[in-house]
Design a protein around this ligand. Structure first.
Ligand SMILES: CC(C)(COP(=O)(O)OP(=O)(O)OC[C@H]1O[C@@H](n2cnc3c(N)ncnc32)[C@H](O)[C@@H]1OP(=O)(O)O)[C@@H](O)C(=O)NCCC(=O)NCCS
Length: 198
């Protein structure tokens, strides 16, 4: 059975399974309307957070596991600062998502998360495609997907009705071949220290 290696480490973050002890951390970011503005749910109160945590702890016990909803821990502070997820939507296709506490936006963290999850999806879960749907107004998230090398594929008008409105969403796709080509290019880039000495 294909498994995603956990925990995962990026230069500044640890991505690991949630535990019951993470309740306060989850409530802190997911009760913030700035964080949930472009998400179909929330903001969540304590009761909703408890239900959500129950559901995701149960999903950790599924076999085969089709949903990896993970805590994002800042390695320096050892604090839970958000969540990310990789969920199987059909054979070979995984959906990528992330959310961070507003105090931690703008530091490149989501880009680190997206790169790590894409690597896990392609190398460990043998994905053929990683996809993401994003509200058309969510500029920060769209930029993260573009930095990952994802390609815009479609716009779904009235993709979903949630929180008393219809949502128009972009579909972004990263095919395996595009991701592999990107890895080759990155590996061929001269490292910052290998340039000529002046
Ligand atoms: C989306 C989110 C995870 C991004 O996290 P982050 O760690 O700040 O992202 P990064 O720093 O890696 O990259 C953000 C990029 O978007 C850009 N950006 C941020 N706000 C922007 C805006 N309003 N318009 C255009 N670009 C914007 C940043 O400049 C950066 O690009 P750059 O590196 O080229 O300068 C964060 O904003 C968040 O948690 N939002 C709430 C939850 C959410 O919407 N999740 C996505 C659901 S699809």
């Amino acid at each position: 059975m294909r498994r995603l290696t956990l925990p995962r480490y990026t230069p500044r973050l640890e991505l690991r399974d949630f535990t019951r002890d993470d309740f306060d951390g989850i409530l802190a970011y997911s009760s913030d309307p700035r964080v949930t503005r472009y998400l179909f749910f929330g903001p969540r109160d304590a009761e909703r957070t408890a239900e959500y945590l129950d559901g995701l702890l149960a999903s950790q016990r599924e076999t085969p596991r089709s949903r990896f909803e993970l805590a994002v821990v800042e390695r320096d502070s050892e604090r839970v600062i958000g969540a990310c997820d990789l969920s199987r939507v059909e054979r070979g296709v995984f959906d990528l998502g992330y959310m961070l506490s507003a105090a931690h936006w703008g530091r490149g963290y989501a880009t680190e998360i997206a790169r790590s999850l894409a690597e896990g999806a392609f190398l460990e879960l043998r994905a053929s495609r990683v996809i993401s749907t994003v509200d058309v107004g969510n500029r920060a998230s769209i930029r993260v997907l573009e930095k990952l090398g994802m390609r815009w594929e479609a716009v779904y008008r009235k993709h979903r009705r949630a929180k008393n409105r219809w949502w128009d969403c972009h579909l972004y796709v990263l095919p395996r071949e595009v991701w592999e080509a990107e890895q080759v290019l990155r590996a061929a880039e001269p490292s910052p220290r290998s340039g000529p000495v002046s």
